[in-house]
Each structure stands twice: as structure tokens, then as C-alpha cells.
Ligand binder design. Structure first.
Ligand SMILES: Cc1cc2nc3c(=O)[nH]c(=O)nc-3n(C[C@H](O)[C@H](O)[C@H](O)COP(=O)(O)O)c2cc1C
Length: 157
């Protein structure tokens, strides 16, 4: 099974998650990077990031290489912003059609991922979603995150 983890990170939690899972599954990694990054320091990140979600914005991304046909499984890993996957994924899903199965990972601070997963499940109706994982503050809970990722990876195989 060939897999890829497509992720975005503002403050490192999703990057840590994606890189850890990539080692477990031997997956390829693709980081999505907006052309105009949000300043990650201070409260303003909530204002600018929240505005992107509320306005349904699709931030432009730096060029990347992705060939969906290469993969049996695509894992989308995102920070949860205002109960949604961070908006760079709206851009990515507008511009790409994923083939094969999908798994979803949401990194959050305790608000959960239910709404975000429901929205994506509706949007990705043509794919089979074979797993979802809700991770709270992975960088603060590295041991627990590693355990959850190992367990999750078994379900994906
Ligand atoms: C704009 C913005 C909105 C957020 N909204 C939520 C939220 O609705 N629920 C939640 O639990 N955490 C929320 N968070 C916290 C992030 O989801 C959490 O810190 C995540 O682990 C960050 O991942 P990263 O370090 O990869 O950027 C928000 C963070 C930002 C910047």
C-alpha cells in the first residue's frame, strides 16, 4: 500500500504528527504552504485565520508536486481552525481530485474535530474515508500522540 500524508501546520503540531506517522507507515509527505503565511505569534493569528474560515477563503499555495494516481491512501492532516480544517485544504481540494482511500487527522486544542470531519466527509463523497483521528495538542502530548498514531496506523493497513 502506497500512502501520502498531506499536511499544513502553523505552529508545528501537525508537522510533528505528519512526520511521526510518515515514519510509522513509510508514507510520502507533502506540506502545503500558503504564499502569504499567517504570522504565528500572538492573538492576531486567531483573527486572520478565523477570518479565512468565515469568509470561506482559499489561500493561494506555493507550487507543489502531487500525483493522486500514485497512492492507495491519502491522509489529510490539518490544524482545526474555527471547527474546520485550516483553509489551505479548501484550496487543495478545489485544485485536486484524490483517488483511493482517505484518512483524516485533525490537530486541535480540545474543541474536537467532529464538525470538520463531517464537512470533509460530505465533500469527499466519492472516496472511502477509512479512518479519522482527533489529536489534542500533539506537541504537548508527544507520548500519547505516538501511541494514538501507532494504533491508528494499524487500522489503515
Ligand atoms: C485561527 C485558529 C483557529 C483555531 N480554532 C480552533 C478550534 O476551533 N478548536 C480547537 O480545538 N482549536 C483551535 N485552534 C487551535 C489549533 O487547532 C491547535 O493549536 C493545533 O494543534 C495547531 O496545529 P499546528 O501547530 O500544526 O498549527 C485554532 C487555532 C487557530 C490559529
Amino acid at each position: 500500500m502506497k500512502s501520502i500524508i498531506i499536511y499544513y501546520t502553523l505552529e508545528g503540531n501537525t508537522k510533528y504528527t505528519a512526520e511521526t506517522l510518515a515514519k510509522i507507515l513509510d508514507s510520502d509527505l507533502l506540506e502545503l504552504t500558503p504564499t502569504k503565511p499567517i504570522k504565528s505569534l500572538g492573538f492576531s493569528k486567531y483573527i486572520w485565520g478565523g477570518k479565512q474560515v468565515v469568509m470561506n477563503q482559499k489561500p493561494n499555495l506555493k507550487p507543489y508536486k502531487y500525483n493522486p494516481d500514485q497512492y492507495d491512501l491519502t491522509i489529510l492532516a490539518a490544524p482545526i481552525w474555527a471547527s474546520h480544517f485550516a483553509p489551505v485544504f479548501s484550496t487543495f481540494l478545489r485544485d485536486n481530485t484524490i483517488s483511493g482511500n482517505i484518512a483524516l487527522i485533525g490537530c486541535n486544542e480540545g474543541g474536537g474535530c467532529t464538525k470538520a470531519f463531517n464537512i470533509l466527509e460530505q465533500q469527499l463523497k466519492n472516496n472511502k474515508i477509512i479512518g479519522t483521528l482527533d489529536l489534542m495538542s500533539p506537541l504537548k502530548n508527544k507520548e500519547e500522540t505516538l501511541g494514538k498514531l501507532k494504533e491508528f496506523s494499524e487500522k489503515l493497513k
